[in-house]
Design a binder for this molecule. Structure first.
Ligand SMILES: Cc1cc2nc3c(=O)[nH]c(=O)nc-3n(C[C@H](O)[C@H](O)[C@H](O)COP(=O)(O)OP(=O)(O)OC[C@H]3O[C@@H](n4cnc5c(N)ncnc54)[C@H](O)[C@@H]3O)c2cc1C
Length: 417
C-alpha cells in the first residue's frame, strides 16, 4: 500500500509540546514533512540579501524557527525551511513529495486567514485536504459555554461565564520520535542583521523562562504581600513573545500556574497571569466573531489636526522616541531597541499618540506590528482599539482609564523599566 505522508505547516505554533496538529500528523501518517515558510512579503531585504528590518521581532522569529528545527532533529525529524510564500510553494511541495494531506493551525486575523484560504483553494485543485487545528487559545472554542456568534462582547461577562462553565484541557505530550519524509535539502534559514539583546526565541528558552518564573524565591512570590498602590498591576511575566509565536502554549502556562498554586497557595500575581491569558483569548474570539469590524468600526470623537505635514512629523517623532515627552520617548526607545515594553508603557504611548498628538490610532498599531516581538494581530489591534475608544466602548468598560493614563503622562509617575 502507498505510504501516507502528511505535510505539517508550522506558523505561530513553533513548539513540540501541546501541539495536537503534530501529534495527530504523526499518529495518522507513515511519515511527516514539517515545513516553515518565510514569506518575503513580510520582510524587507538589503543589497546583500539579508533581511533588512534589523529589528528584534525578525530576530526572535528566526531564533524560534531555528530552535524548532533543532528540537525536531533531536527526535529524528527536521524542518524544511522555504524562503517563499505558502501560496507559491505549497502545491509544488505536495506534488513533489506525494503528500496526502496538509495540517495547520487556524488563525483569526485577515492576513493569515487569507493565506490559509488561498492555500486551501490551491490544494483542492490537487484533491488534497487542508486540515485546520485549534491550538492558540487557552479555551478551545468548542469548550466555550456559547457559540462564537453569542460570545459576550463585554470582557467581564466573557470571563465570568467562561471560567464558570468551561474547562482548560490538559496539554498534549511532546512526541518522542518522528518518521520523516525523505528530503534532499532542508533549506537555509534567512540571514538577518542581529540587533536585539532581548530574550532568545524558541520553545526551549520559553520553557526555561517559565520555569524561572516559578522557581523558588522568584519575583512572582516575593511581591505577593508587598503590593502597594504604586506597584499594583505592574507584575509582568514577560511571557508574551513566546506565547505570540506559539513557542509556549497558553495551556502550558496555565497549568504551570495551577501547579504553583497547589504548592504555594493562590496569590495576586497568579491571578494576574491567568487574567492576561483570558484577555488574550477574548481578543482572538472577538476577531473570530466580528472579523475585522471589531477593530475597524471604531469611531472616536477626536478631531485630527488640519496640518497633515505636521502630523507626519509628529508621527515620525513618536516612532523615533523624539517627542520631547520624557516618559513616552523612553518607552518608544525601549520598543525600538528591544521590541518589548510593559503593558503600562503601551497604554501610555498609545494614549499620547491618540489624545495628545491626535494622530490616527491605526498608524500607531501598524508601528507596533513592525516592532513588537510579541506582536499578535488580535491582541495588538484589540488593545489599540480599546485605547482609541478611551474606555467609552461598553465592550471594554472598566478596562481602560483614560484620565489615569493622561495623569501618568502629566506627572511621569511611572518609572519605565
Ligand atoms: C496598545 C497595546 C498593544 C498591545 N499589543 C500586544 C501584542 O501585539 N501582543 C500581545 O501579546 N499583547 C499585546 N498587548 C497586551 C499586553 O500589553 C501584553 O500582552 C503584555 O504587556 C505582555 O507582557 P507580559 O507577558 O509580562 O504580560 P503579563 O501581564 O504577565 O500577562 C501574561 C500573558 O497574558 C497575555 N496578556 C496580558 N494582558 C493582555 C492584554 N491586555 N491583551 C492581550 N493579551 C494579554 C499575554 O500573552 C501575556 O504574556 C498590547 C497592549 C496595548 C495597550
Amino acid at each position: 500500500m502507498k505510504e501516507k505522508k502528511i505535510l505539517v505547516w508550522f506558523r505561530n505554533d513553533l513548539r513540540l509540546h501541546d501541539n495536537e496538529m503534530l501529534v495527530e500528523a504523526i499518529a495518522k501518517s507513515d511519515s511527516i514533512l514539517p515545513v516553515y515558510f518565510f514569506d518575503p512579503a513580510h520582510f524587507e531585504y538589503n543589497a546583500e540579501g539579508k533581511i533588512k528590518e534589523g529589528n528584534s521581532r525578525v530576530q526572535f522569529l528566526i531564533e524560534s524557527v531555528s530552535a524548532l528545527r533543532e528540537s525536531l532533529k533531536k527526535i529524528g525529524g527536521n524542518l524544511l525551511v522555504v524562503n517563499g510564500s505558502p501560496e507559491e510553494h505549497m502545491p509544488a511541495l505536495v506534488e513533489q513529495y506525494e503528500i496526502a494531506e496538509v495540517y495547520h493551525h487556524r488563525e483569526v486575523a485577515t492576513k493569515e486567514t487569507t493565506v490559509s484560504s488561498n492555500v486551501e483553494d490551491l490544494l483542492w485543485k490537487l484533491k488534497v485536504n487542508l486540515k485546520h487545528f485549534i491550538g492558540h487559545t487557552l479555551y478551545n472554542k468548542e469548550d466555550l459555554p456559547f457559540p462564537i456568534k453569542d460570545i459576550p462582547d463585554i470582557f467581564a461577562q466573557f470571563k465570568k461565564k467562561t471560567e464558570r462553565d468551561a474547562i482548560v484541557k490538559a496539554c498534549f505530550l511532546s512526541p518522542e520520535v518522528i518518521s520523516l519524509v525523505e528530503v534532499d535539502s532542508w533549506g537555509e534559514l534567512p540571514d538577518y542583521e542581529a540587533v536585539s539583546t532581548g530574550p532568545l526565541g524558541g520553545e526551549e528558552s520559553g520553557i526555561a523562562h517559565l520555569n524561572d518564573l516559578f522557581s523558588e524565591g522568584a519575583e512572582i512570590y516575593a511581591r505577593i504581600n508587598s503590593r502597594t498602590n504604586a506597584d499594583k498591576h505592574v507584575y509582568s511575566s514577560k511571557l508574551s513573545p513566546w506565547l505570540a509565536l506559539g513557542c509556549l502554549s497558553p495551556r502550558k502556562v496555565y497549568w504551570a500556574v495551577k501547579d504553583a498554586e497547589r504548592k504555594f497557595g493562590t496569590n495576586g500575581n497568579f491571578s494576574h497571569l491567568i487574567l492576561g491569558l483570558l484577555w488574550r483569548d477574548y481578543f482572538r474570539f472577538m476577531f473570530k466573531k466580528h472579523t475585522l469590524h471589531y477593530f475597524t468600526d471604531i469611531v472616536t470623537d477626536i478631531e485630527s489636526p488640519s496640518d497633515a505635514g505636521q502630523s507626519e512629523i509628529n508621527l515620525q517623532a513618536w516612532k523615533d522616541g523624539n517627542t520631547g515627552h520624557g516618559l513616552v520617548d523612553k518607552y518608544m526607545n525601549d520598543l525600538n531597541v528591544s521590541g518589548f515594553i510593559p503593558h503600562a508603557g503601551r497604554l501610555i504611548v498609545a494614549t499620547f499618540l491618540i489624545y495628545v498628538l491626535k494622530l490616527n490610532w491605526l498608524d500607531g498599531a501598524s508601528y507596533f506590528e513592525q516592532k513588537l516581538i510579541d506582536y499578535s494581530p488580535a491582541s495588538n489591534w484589540g488593545n489599540w482599539a480599546n485605547v482609541a475608544m478611551g474606555g467609552k466602548d461598553p465592550r471594554s468598560k472598566n478596562t481602560f482609564d483614560l484620565d489615569k493614563q493622561i495623569k501618568m503622562l502629566d506627572l511621569e509617575i511611572y518609572a519605565p523599566s
